[in-house]
Design a protein around this ligand. Structure first.
Ligand SMILES: NC(=O)c1ccc[n+]([C@@H]2O[C@H](COP(=O)([O-])OP(=O)(O)OC[C@H]3O[C@@H](n4cnc5c(N)ncnc54)[C@H](OP(=O)(O)O)[C@@H]3O)[C@@H](O)[C@H]2O)c1
Length: 407
């Protein structure tokens, strides 16, 4: 009989506890397929376990603690000691990934992280293996289940942002402190990791500007419905002018877009490349058992010799000012000449209008426009100009529109 494959587990919370159960449950099946039996060699939490002992008695370390410290130190020590590491920690990878990947390569061990992006959706494996030789042009993702649940509820029921967030918290889809999710930082970390893989270029969390969903109103979703659009928090990583842009923001999608139908807490990622056209993968983006399943998949891969070493990264210029179509929502005084003045300001900034809808009367008068793609900096300058016009009743709101040719 071959030796068991010993897994040292760091963290025994939502994912760690589910992983421990899954290993016990699936050990027979894994042994039949791989020829070795996975066993937990020990567990470390704040209150139990010793890292050095755990490391000495393990073939692989599963880091399911989260956070940067001490997770970074433990992962580095495990890699340097020649142990494979599996982690679900997107914050760690998006801020210290290069150091960790380099250390893994230097020591000839695997660092796997399928569960760090889009939970159980196997997007990391597809980018690393199936599409390893593809020239990827763009990756779009709904990579945060909390925000997708909130936006789906707002669209489905007409609820306000605050009510939909409260419901997400009551159902366990949002943390008590939801700021990383609703502010876009969680999605930004995942997009940094996806961009690193898709483009073989180092991308740090700081390279990913993000805008969250806190400012979205029920009104915006009502217009989306009227215009036949869906509203999602979208992560984008794409080649632009020889550089790379990675960003996260809410965006309108036309109804036929592959991400438009992804609702509730599901995640989805679309990969675009001339050779493959487009591939979309979707599924549960979080949850203990679901995430644990992705972690176990990585463990099984580590039990088998690696198919190829990871490619060294090639630095690329990070492009920050990109072109986008925009929806522009303005609460205005109900008087003649308002539309003409706004059109003039947009014209001065060389922004052309695709469509205009005038809504409400008196104190409820609003103008909703969709403008053709324009550099974001130019659009922001026009928005600031419009905000200063005396007939605006509140600051104009803007949301990007993807693929405006479809609306
Ligand atoms: N939850 C999900 O659905 C999900 C989905 C995808 C990825 N992830 C990622 O998976 C990781 C774990 O998430 P989780 O939801 O399972 O977290 P969690 O429920 O908060 O559990 C964290 C575990 O790590 C331990 N831990 C934390 N800091 C520690 C320290 N300094 N020293 C020793 N032990 C420490 C905790 O110990 P105590 O028990 O002693 O507090 C706890 O057992 C995170 O990186 C997260 O981003 C989670």
């Amino acid at each position: 009989m071959s030796e068991p494959f010993r897994i040292g587990l760091l963290g025994h919370g939502t994912v760690g506890a589910a992983f421990a159960e899954l290993v016990a449950e699936r050990a027979d099946a894994v042994e039949r397929r791989v020829g070795r039996r996975p066993v937990l060699s020990g567990v470390l939490t704040r209150s139990r376990g010793d890292f050095d002992e755990l490391l000495a008695g393990s073939d692989l370390i599963c880091e399911l603690m989260g956070g940067i410290d001490p997770a970074r130190d433990y992962v580095l020590r495990a890699l340097r000691a020649g142990r494979h590491v599996v982690t679900a920690n997107k914050q760690l990878l998006s801020q210290h990934g290069e150091e960790l990947w380099t250390t893994a390569a230097e020591h000839g061990v695997q660092l796997s992280f399928e569960a760090a992006v889009a939970g159980v959706v196997p997007v990391i494996r597809v980018l690393r293996e199936s599409l390893a030789a593809a020239h990827v042009d763009r990756v779009h993702g709904i990579v945060n289940g909390t925000t997708n649940f909130i936006l789906s509820e707002m669209a489905r029921t007409g609820a306000t942002y605050a009510d939909a967030l409260a419901q997400a918290q009551a159902l366990g889809y949002a943390e008590a402190d939801p700021s990383d999710d609703v502010g876009g930082k969680d999605a930004a970390a995942k997009m940094a990791i996806l961009a690193r893989l898709a483009f073989d270029a180092p991308v740090h969390l700081d390279d990913v500007p993000c805008e969250g969903i806190e400012h979205i109103t029920a009104d915006d979703l009502e217009y989306a419905r009227e215009l036949g659009l869906g509203l999602k928090l979208i992560g984008t990583a794409e080649r632009i002018d020889g550089g790379l842009s990675v960003r996260v923001h809410p965006a309108f999608l036309y109804a036929g877009h592959p991400l438009a139908s992804v609702s509730g807490s599901f995640n989805a990622v679309t990969v675009e490349s001339a050779a493959i056209t487009e591939i979309t993968m979707s599924g549960p983006g979080a949850g203990g058992p679901q995430t644990a399943s992705a972690v176990l998949g990585d463990v099984i891969s580590a039990m088998i010799p690696p198919p190829m070493p990871p490619a060294p990264p090639q630095p690329m210029t990070i492009v920050r000012d990109v072109r986008s179509a925009f929806y522009l929502h303005m609460e205005v005084a109900d008087r003649p000449g308002v539309l003409a003045q706004i059109a003039q300001v947009l014209g001065e900034h060389e922004i052309s209008v695709k469509s205009v809808v005038q809504k409400g009367l008196g104190d409820n008068a609003r103008l909703v426009m969709v403008v053709h793609p324009v550099l974001e900096s130019r659009f922001e300058a026009a928005r600031a100009h419009i905000a200063g016009l005396d007939f605006l009743r509140s600051a104009p709101r803007a949301i990007r529109v993807l693929d405006e040719e479809f609306i």
